[in-house]
Design a protein around this ligand. Structure first.
Ligand code: ZN
Length: 441
């Protein structure tokens, strides 16, 4: 099937950052077949979509989230040590059905906001993979491995053993990449972390983990190992294969120096909204990029960052990093849109497939309408995306050539139904959450 998207302002995010102010894109099957200006002869197509001068960009890439955590959204947001007071205890009442209903809702939310690929770490990840595959999004999915009993497995050893069957099941899927997801450097034993990297290397699959996120994690590593968590992971061989580090807030100058020779293998999921909402800090992204680290944007879970769209991340990225470095000219909008698309693709190791609008790439594409009140005037399309637009401006989304969002609606599902289903699964969770909220600490 040939689909023609015409009358669009195309930001290709290719090597030259080519921009076509009045153009078209032809999708054939799963792939981008042609790109051109409206002054050229338009190719024939089975379906024609009039973009009405909206902005067409590569699908956005959320490099770190937890799609099973929608039930936690807005719960105890301003409470100190929320992780131990709410998250860990409430995850004990998480069920497969709840995680799955949450994942469906989260994927719908991401698609409607123009996110086409994401990297997830949670529990019941096989059930999550089933719904992600069925909904048609592109994802890297890893079951959380943590040194405590979870809603899913009694021990980290049992989780690790199960991971092999999960990897084998999803290894050759066109949209899903199985991963291994140790929770964090300080919530897994060194022995388990060592085993995990061996398994990841054996299957040549990614690892994703929270790294250098907590002040107590940094203190613990300094005391126990006289090392940073990044240096510790380097000794275990984590930077010899595909490793997606979430956060890396407390990256030290010594870490940047240590990884100099393997900088191209260092991949960071930078979650500015979650990191600043929890008052943890701002990762030194300017230095990371200067050292050739790969950086993409991530929302973190809906409990930590609340929204799952990258418009929020792009805006916060601009505001925080400019303020942090006292430099208005730092990170112009063009660079931030590139981080949300191509940058994320590099972090997820999907840049050979997606992240740019180029002939031969998979058709993962997002169209942002420019009719809404907040989108006028537009002197610079990149600026409009970073500083004016929000998730509700996304009108159409394609993944792998399949149109999943049309005119701001999911093509195959209704959000109302997904929400009703999730609310139904949340009954016990809500009871527990209320009890925890009322507890005096
Ligand atoms: Zn996280």
């Amino acid at each position: 099937m040939r689909q023609l998207i015409k009358n669009v302002h195309i930001l290709t995010i290719d090597e030259e950052m080519t921009e076509i102010s009045h153009g078209f894109v032809l999708i054939e099957g799963e792939v981008i077949q042609a790109i051109g200006a409206m002054t050229e002869k338009l190719p024939a197509a089975d379906t024609i979509i009039d973009g009405k001068q909206g902005i067409l960009i590569p699908g956005m890439i959320n490099t770190h989230t937890h799609v099973g955590m929608i039930p936690f959204r807005s719960l105890g947001d301003d409470v100190p040590d929320r992780l131990r007071r709410f998250l860990f205890p409430l995850e004990q009442v998480m069920t497969k059905e709840l995680a799955q209903a949450s994942a469906q809702y989260a994927v719908a939310e991401m698609l409607l906001s123009g996110v086409t690929s994401f990297c997830d770490m949670y529990y019941f990840e096989d059930a999550i993979a089933e719904v992600v595959a069925q909904m048609g999004a592109r994802a890297i999915l890893g079951e959380t491995i943590i040194d405590m009993p979870t809603c899913d497995f009694a021990t980290p050893k049992a989780t690790l053993a199960w991971c092999e069957s999960f990897i084998e099941k999803w290894h050759n899927h066109s949209l899903i990449t199985p991963a291994i997801a140790p929770h964090a450097t300080n919530t897994n034993t060194p022995e388990d972390l060592a085993q995990i990297v061996v398994l990841a290397k054996r299957y040549a699959i990614p690892i994703t983990m929270h790294v250098a996120e907590m002040t107590y994690e940094m203190e613990e590593f300094a005391q126990r190992y006289q090392q940073t968590p990044i240096a510790f992971l380097n000794d275990l061989g984590y930077f010899e294969q595909h490793f997606i580090m979430a956060h890396a807030i407390f990256t030290e100058p010594s870490d940047l120096e240590l990884l100099q020779s393997k900088a191209h293998l260092v991949k960071v999921a930078h979650c500015i909204s979650a990191n600043t909402k929890s008052a943890k800090g701002v990762a030194p992204v300017k230095e990371m990029l200067a050292h050739q680290w790969q950086v993409g944007l991530g929302t973190d879970g809906p409990s930590s960052g609340n929204t799952l769209d990258l418009f929020t991340q792009m805006r916060m990225f601009a505001n925080f990093h400019k303020t942090y470095e006292h430099d208005r000219g730092l990170f112009p909008a063009k660079e931030i849109v590139a981080l949300a698309t191509k940058g994320g693709a590099k972090v997820l190791g999907l840049d050979h497939l997606v992240g740019t609008i180029e002939i031969g790439k998979k058709a993962d594409i997002t169209l942002i309408e420019t009719d809404s009140v907040n989108m006028f005037p537009i002197f610079d399309a990149y600026s409009a995306l970073v500083y004016s637009a929000n998730a509700s401006n996304v009108s159409d989304v394609w993944v792998n050539g399949r149109q999943l969002v049309a005119n701001k609606q999911l093509v195959a599902q209704s959000v109302t139904t997904l929400q009703e289903n999730l609310a139904q699964q949340m009954t016990e969770f809500v009871e527990e959450a209320k009890k925890r909220s009322e507890e005096v600490v």
